[in-house]
Design a protein around this ligand. Sequence first.
Ligand code: GLV
Ligand code: MG
Length: 324
Amino acid sequence: MSFTVPEPCVSRLNRCELAVPGSSPHMFEKAAKSDADAIFLDLEDAVAPNDKEQARKNIIEALNDIDWGDKVMSVRINGLDTHYMYRDIVDVVEKSGERLDLIMIPKVGTASDVYAIDMLVTQIEAATGRKKKIGFEHIIETALGMQNIHEIAAASKRNESLHFGVADYAASTKARTTSIGGPNPLYGVLTDPAEDESRDFHWGDMWHYAIARMVVAARANGLRPIDGPFGDFSDPDGYIAHGNRAAILGCEGKWAIHPKQIPLANDIFTPAEKEVAKARRILEAMEKAQAEGAGAVALDGRLIDIASIKQAEALVNQADIIAA
Ligand code: GLV
Ligand code: MG
């Protein structure tokens, strides 16, 4: 182990993060009663310029008046390149009371972006005597943000999660997409004719690099990596496939842009009972091995070692948080 140990951020369940436009208050009550772990009320891209001011008012009222239960509540502010941003922060943080948990920062590009918002939020918290410190979630969705992802992840003690914003990322990198977060049939490889005469075509995951890089930056800084939107809400199989590959790479959750996607995300990011039972058996076997002075041990014909314990502990931990 390095002498540097990443400090984990505040622990929160983040399996499904539901996006709700601030300009659609009729959706708020239903969202509050949904099974999403987290909700972000949007002031950014789901809200038309003429509706921004009213959306801000709707969100402030909703955070004060609606019973959101134990959901993690976030507000996605407008980008730092817009004049909406300062008032989003000032009004929302000053007037939303303690129910606001997080601010979601879209299109974050540099560590200085995070610093600027941290300064503003810190001043408002001090001036209003807010008791609970607001956390930050950052959407990595530009080439600049991806270039500076490690500095962004380390830029503030308020940081809690990094999110992959595939739609804007595609626009920023000029990637050729066919649907938000989905695959492109042209992104693939043909098998080698020397080995396979029929030359099968294998679709590839064009977002693999971006998600894997985000997972590394998040984990190296004690943050949660979260996969962003999957636009085709009429394609549950596509959502499940994309959510699974993000989960397998280390993501803790995925956005839902439609209520239909909530149970899918919860299912993908809840460890299966079978996996949890196996993890508990690994922990028991290792405990026994350690008591007997052994460093590694076999279970069901496979080697388990110290790294296996850490994986098993993480799984059991997550299962316990979900069950609590
Ligand atoms: C999310 O904001 C995205 O651009 O995908
Ligand atoms: Mg975006």
